[in-house]
Write a protein that binds this ligand. Sequence first.
Ligand SMILES: NC(=O)c1ccc[n+]([C@@H]2O[C@H](COP(=O)([O-])OP(=O)(O)OC[C@H]3O[C@@H](n4cnc5c(N)ncnc54)[C@H](OP(=O)(O)O)[C@@H]3O)[C@@H](O)[C@H]2O)c1
Length: 293
Amino acid sequence: MRAKVTVLGLGPMGAALAGAFVDAGHRTTVWNRSPGKAGDLTARGAAESASAAEAVAGGTLVVVCLATYEAVHEVLGPLAGALTGRTVVNLTSGSPPQAHTAAGWAESRAVDYLDGVIMATPAGIGDPDSLLLFSGPRAVFDRVRGTLTALGDPVHLGADTALSSVYDTALLGLMWGTLTGWLHGVALIGADGPGGRVTATAYTDVADRWMRTVRAFMRAYAPHVDSGDYPGGEFTLRLHAMTIDILAHASQLRGVSQALPELFRDLTGRAIADGHGDDSYARLVEYLRSDPA
Ligand SMILES: NC(=O)c1ccc[n+]([C@@H]2O[C@H](COP(=O)([O-])OP(=O)(O)OC[C@H]3O[C@@H](n4cnc5c(N)ncnc54)[C@H](OP(=O)(O)O)[C@@H]3O)[C@@H](O)[C@H]2O)c1
């Protein structure tokens, strides 16, 4: 089905979104505040509008991808009447309160609204494996889901419009945590010491395989968190703590930062001191939930 799609904002991400809609055969209208950003989109079949109002008139699905929510309100605010009866999908990054405010604004003007986040770079847009997360009314998502598959794999998280933003920050935290752990390993293994210097590439070949086990731990521990019951099995917090001490010592010997081992030590130490040494590592969620600092 060819849909009529309008894309507001032609930064690197907005342009990639518009290009994917064009490639999927949708009738695509684009607008950008500063002219001259449509690049080859018009040559590929997109229509460029001189104003946001004109662009909105060209689409039943209006995809917004601007730098900030302030910009979104600046652009959409004057268009409220023109948007009534259309569906706005906002792929601008923002905070949960910003998502709620935008959803409230849309609801009060009878505009169907979904908030979304893109877990990909512009180069990944159009790849069926690229993850795009959406929150808002299920019925609205179901109506536009087919069109959104032009961008990647659209996933509906729930009716609360803030969910996509919360997932975005949680998933980015997972990325930074994982990347920092990996870089700690790169520094440790690449430093002078027994075995000599190992390249990051050689280490990563092994680390990549280890990630499968890490993912299995996440899957196994999630039910512990959900139930509030943390059976330690054969890998208790006490055992984790002993191995963390070895990591701290090895890091010290090789002159590598103690920041991560200290963080692990602090969390496991507090849990063990509270009598949770026989529990699984998942118990630490309780210490992350209520940080006394
Ligand atoms: N790039 C990525 O890898 C990536 C990945 C995931 C999510 N995102 C999110 O996607 C959104 C867009 O990102 P981007 O990479 O395309 O570049 P960006 O620099 O974040 O956004 C540029 C776009 O915002 C427009 N804009 C800024 N202020 C405006 C205003 N007051 N009124 C109207 N338009 C305004 C710019 O218009 P002008 O050209 O006129 O300045 C341009 O179209 C952001 O929220 C970003 O966080 C980006």
